[in-house]
Design a protein around this ligand. Structure first.
Ligand SMILES: Nc1ncnc2c1ncn2[C@@H]1O[C@H](COP(=O)(O)OP(=O)(O)OP(=O)(O)O)[C@@H](O)[C@H]1O
Ligand SMILES: [Mg+2]
Length: 186
């Protein structure tokens, strides 16, 4: 679908916006992929923190070289993820995020909504969620069901991933007309 791909790129882009402190949190506790996207290996990530093996949340934080972004990664290992995400340690993570100044933004990557309860559990604790749908793959029913399940937080937006119709594809009715075609073709 591209959830982690979108989260990675969105976080990287936002982190370059002056005045916003962006943190990308990998909460796909069984199949973390954010660290790999940045070429990092995880030693003591979110799963370890939530299991109590890492004492301080700050010890999980990594700064990819050349980026202003902070990452709280996780690895790829079996985990009692729903239990960990419902724990008081997880509530402490949310409280720590909320205690940051308002120009701090936390983006959390999650497993698929229907894989288990994890996305529902975490979303209920967040201010909003962004849904990633894949062109030609995600069905209308899946979107409707996901919105129904994730009803504890507002949907801040939907990303249509892997759309290859193109901005000027008149056959889809999204064309901008001849004048704008000239502009975009330059
Ligand atoms: N728009 C895109 N353009 C190019 N590659 C993409 C795009 N979206 C996703 N991919 C690639 O597809 C693969 C799967 O994407 P990704 O890991 O983001 O999916 P996911 O929804 O997080 O999957 P999972 O449910 O397993 O966590 C990755 O290798 C990613 O780089
Ligand atoms: Mg993913």
């Amino acid at each position: 679908m591209g959830k982690s791909f979108v989260a990675t790129n969105l976080a990287a882009a936002l982190s370059r916006t002056p005045g916003i402190e962006t943190t990308l949190v990998d909460l796909d506790l069984r199949r973390g992929s954010i660290a790999t996207n940045f070429g990092l290996t995880v030693e003591g990530g979110m799963r370890d923190y939530l299991e109590g093996a890492v004492p301080a949340l700050g010890d999980v934080a990594v700064h990819p070289e050349g980026e202003r972004l902070v990452i709280l990664p996780t690895d790829n290992a079996p985990a009692r993820s729903a239990e960990l995400l419902s724990s008081s340690r997880m509530d402490a993570v949310i409280a720590a995020m909320r205690a940051q100044p308002t120009h701090s933004l936390f983006l959390c990557d999650l497993p698929p909504v229907f894989a288990n309860d994890d996305a529902t559990i975490v979303t209920s604790k967040l201010d909003a969620f962004i849904m990633v749908v894949e062109e030609g793959r995600t069905t209308r029913k899946q979107i409707q069901d996901a919105l129904h399940v994730l009803d504890q937080a507002p949907c801040a937006g939907v990303v249509l991933n892997r759309f290859d119709g193109g901005l000027l594809s008149d056959s889809y009715g999204y064309g901008y007309g001849a004048g704008y075609s000239d502009y975009y073709n330059k």
